[in-house]
Design a protein around this ligand. Structure first.
Ligand SMILES: [Zn+2]
Length: 128
């Protein structure tokens, strides 16, 4: 259910953006999802496909999800490490890190839009 609400907000953001840019058809929405964000990528895909089919602007749209790894920074070692099972502890020196570098984010990166015949064929609009 969480993913359904999430897909709904993504679609609302993209629809607003499309309207702003006078875009009639969005082809691809690029999304970055942290592996520790708690989002189920497959459920999100399903929810997105279902809701997008109801939106004229997004009816043809595909959700392209990039999963970012959960990583943290160790100050004493001045290096980053992979966080396993939500335990942000440096494998080299054992220090507990409070600086998470990535893996918890949820972010729309950009969107690709279809050609608009009434505007002479703009092929792609990017933001970010
Ligand atoms: Zn360390």
């Amino acid at each position: 259910m969480h993913e359904l609400a999430l897909a709904q907000s993504i679609i609302e953001v993209v629809e607003a953006r499309a309207e702003e840019c006078a875009v009639r058809q969005v082809r691809t929405v690029h999304l970055r999802v942290g592996e520790a964000s708690g989002v189920l990528v497959e459920a999100l895909q399903t929810a997105f496909t279902m809701l997008a089919s109801l939106s004229p602007v997004l009816a043809e749209a595909r959700l392209a999800i990039e999963v970012s790894p959960h990583r943290a920074w160790c100050e004493p070692c001045a290096s980053s490490f992979a966080v396993e099972d939500f335990i942000a502890r440096c494998p080299a020196c054992g220090t507990w890190s409070t600086r998470i570098l990535s893996g918890t984010e949820l972010q729309i990166l950009d969107m690709e839009v279809g050609a608009d015949p009434q505007q002479g064929g703009q092929e792609q609009a990017k933001n970010g």
